[in-house]
Design a protein around this ligand. Structure first.
Ligand SMILES: [Ca+2]
Length: 303
């Protein structure tokens, strides 16, 4: 929980104070206090930001970095274990349609829904996906717009690893909706983009190449030997191995991880790409992980 708080706080800071990101040693400044398990932040075109709190609230951060006391939405979630209000994304055409998308846990399954920001409140507009199992762990839940304005959704295995390899299940997958689907007036049938995921924490597209990279938490003892998390290059149709394989044995029948991160002391938050003009070329340690070595100390350097 603390790590997620820190990750979200970092996002708040970098966005509100771009100069911070330019420094070689990040300087941490508190922008907002009193958030309860902040899980996602997304910016509106006017510079304000929406922040999800896992117990079921969406909060508004003003352009000046002031957190509004009143929630813009209260969502009836199942705030159990790792579940609750998770991902949030702002429509690419928000200026015109005011659409915002939410992903959350309920007692009867995960929900993706579309809302509309009207007079400072997020009003429910349309449910978009059902049929994703919810669990007290591994609800994943990041949503983001990618190439061709498609909406990508990461789903977890809900604590049932077999679902990640089950072609009839939407769990343990990366899903995609087209513009027509997420703007539609009915439940959508998402395309399965990749399979074999345990519990992705997020994903980002590399500027210039358009490659999609995702972080994913590896097993923690009850579902496999503890020790490694993953960074994967996500390809359409790829199978990332879970639960039949996990790092470092994921090379033959599934897409290998791009990098591996020891999970004993740190667990990865969502990835993002730094501005290479500010930070310089990739370091030797990151190149070593790009080669796919998962057991060496070079990968530990990715922390
Ligand atoms: Ca894997």
């Amino acid at each position: 929980m603390t790590r997620r708080l820190l990750a979200a706080a970092g996002a708040l800071l970098a966005a509100a104070h771009p100069a911070v990101a330019a420094a070689s040693t990040p300087r941490v400044t508190t922008v907002a206090r009193g958030l309860e398990v902040p899980w996602e932040i997304a910016f509106l075109p006017d510079g304000r930001a929406l922040v999800t709190e896992r117990p079921g609230r969406v909060r508004m951060l003003t352009r000046a970095g002031h957190l509004r006391r009143a929630a813009v939405a209260r969502i009836a979630v199942a705030p159990v274990g790792e579940g609750g209000l998770l991902g949030l994304a702002v429509d690419p055409a928000f200026r015109r349609n005011r659409f915002v998308y939410l992903y959350y846990t309920t007692y009867t399954g995960m929900r993706l829904e579309r809302r509309r920001l009207v007079h400072g409140k997020l009003v429910r507009d349309q449910g978009l996906i059902r049929g994703i199992a919810a669990g007290t762990v591994h609800d994943s839940g990041r949503i983001a717009f990618g190439p061709r304005r498609r909406l990508y959704i990461s789903t977890g295995d809900a604590g049932r690893g077999e679902l990640a390899q089950d072609p009839t299940s939407l769990n343990g997958k990366f899903l995609v909706l087209t513009t027509r689907q997420y703007h539609g007036r009915r439940l959508a049938d998402p395309t399965v983009y990749s399979t074999g995921h345990r519990n992705s924490q997020g994903f980002a597209w590399q500027p210039g190449t358009g490659r999609m990279y995702a972080t994913e938490h590896g097993p923690t003892g009850f579902d496999g030997p503890e020790g490694w998390d993953e960074v994967n290059l996500i390809r359409r149709g790829g199978n990332y191995g879970w639960p039949s394989s996990s790092v470092p044995r994921s090379r033959r029948r599934s897409s290998p991880p791009y990098g591996c991160i020891p999970s004993r002391s740190h667990r990865p938050a969502p990835p993002s790409f730094a501005d290479p003009a500010r930070l310089g070329p990739a370091t030797s340690s990151s190149r070593a992980c790009a080669a796919g070595s998962c057991g060496g100390s070079s990968c530990a350097a990715t922390r």
